[in-house]
Design a protein. Structure first.
Length: 381
């Protein structure tokens, strides 16, 4: 049986070079970075070297990078502290954010005297920028939290336009950039984003490590996890040195190969879309995931013309054929509920059809696409 991994939006395979540096650090740099002896100092030096390299890749200072366990923790750190420490009483977001943001703001609203405003979403998954501008007119301490790239339908936010609007209206701007870091050039001197979240395993790095970008002078945040003074007092706990170094290696490699690998993955996505159109009548694409100007080049969300009864078995049958893909966010795996993202943009009729997210990396091939299209056609027939 063939094995095809088209679920790179959930997590990516590690590069061999990343595995190598992680292994070397685990063997030779096992000291606690907080220890004052030579073993600890050697580990601390690696952590700070990685922090500096990651900061340089984003054109920020090293002190603005705080290592976390991943994107979810980074989102939680920023959102919780914005309300509890920075005095935010109004959060503007959407109902198609990752649940790391949605569930956090819901919890904050239940526990604090704050207002949540949800932006109008167009059928193609784009936000209503005019609605955002109107909401920013409120004379209260406001935080805007909008993801750069939607993890289910791939819609790309005009992050510069949002950042500029926030700046003009004295609002703070937080963006979950988990799906874009390592896949796009991001210069944080040009983009006036106040807070960002990233996860290494989305760009061929290790799981269990990520970072929060916290722009200096954006306000005095306090830690979500307490118990030590690590990470400039913003994140207690012994740093995972090997994972941090692995994340640095993965991000630098992603940036070094960005142009070449972007072009390769774009060609894969384009080829997949054309093959589906050629072979499956009435196939459609959710949001603007088939539009390269409005969606990320790394994924496509496909709505297949299959009835509900047969649709229930689709992912199972694909798995039996060795094909890995998903209905949406891996964080919702096992849930019987429909995608909260698709529920905002699709009709009731289209929601009954199976929608599958296929996401690609440089390790995929056109031969794999041919196989997946063949299996889909056999199932539909």
């Amino acid at each position: 049986m063939k094995s095809v991994y088209f679920d790179n939006a959930a997590t990516t395979p590690l590069r061999e070079e990343v595995i190598h540096v992680i292994s070397e650090v685990m063997k030779t740099n096992f000291g606690n970075p907080s220890s004052s002896h030579s073993f600890g100092r050697a580990s601390k030096a690696l952590v700070e070297k990685s922090r500096k390299a990651i900061a340089q890749s984003l054109n920020v200072s090293a002190g603005e990078i705080i290592f976390t366990s991943g994107g979810t923790e980074a989102d939680n750190l920023v959102l919780n502290s914005a309300v509890k420490d920075l005095g935010v009483t109004h959060i503007i977001t959407t109902k198609i954010e990752h649940h790391a943001v949605l569930h956090t703001v819901e919890k904050l609203q239940a526990e604090n005297d704050i207002t949540i405003s949800y932006l109008n979403i167009q059928p193609n998954g784009q936000i209503d920028y005019n609605h955002l501008e109107r909401l920013l007119q409120k004379d209260v301490k406001t935080l805007v939290s909008l993801m750069h790239i939607n993890n289910e339908i791939g819609t790309v936010l005009d992050i510069k336009q949002v950042a500029d609007l926030c700046k003009m209206n004295n609002a703070l701007f937080h963006s979950d950039t988990v799906q874009s870091i390592g896949h796009y050039n991001i210069d944080l001197q040009e983009l006036q984003v106040d807070f960002m979240a990233a996860a290494a395993h989305k760009f061929h790095g290790p799981k269990g490590v990520g970072f929060a970008f916290i722009r200096k002078n954006s306000g005095l945040l306090k830690p979500l996890i307490v118990g030590g003074e690590q990470e400039r007092g913003l994140r207690a706990g012994t740093e995972s040195v090997h994972n941090i170094v692995g994340m640095e290696k993965a991000l630098l490699m992603a940036n070094d190969n960005l142009e070449k690998e972007t072009q390769y993955i774009k060609e894969l996505k384009s080829y997949f879309i054309e093959k589906l159109k050629e072979t499956i009548p009435n196939v459609s694409f959710n949001g603007s995931s088939n539009d390269f100007d409005k969606s990320t080049y790394t994924l496509v969300n496909v709505c297949l013309p299959i009835g509900p009864k047969k649709a229930a078995m689709l992912l199972f049958q694909l798995d039996l054929k060795g094909i890995a893909c998903s209905k949406g966010s891996a964080c919702q795996s096992g849930s019987s509920q429909k995608s909260h993202v698709l529920s905002e943009i699709l009709s009731d009729e289209d929601l009954e059809k199976p929608s599958i997210r296929f996401s690609f990396s440089v390790f995929n091939t056109k031969e794999e696409i041919d196989y997946v299209v063949e299996v889909l056609n056999a199932f539909i027939d």
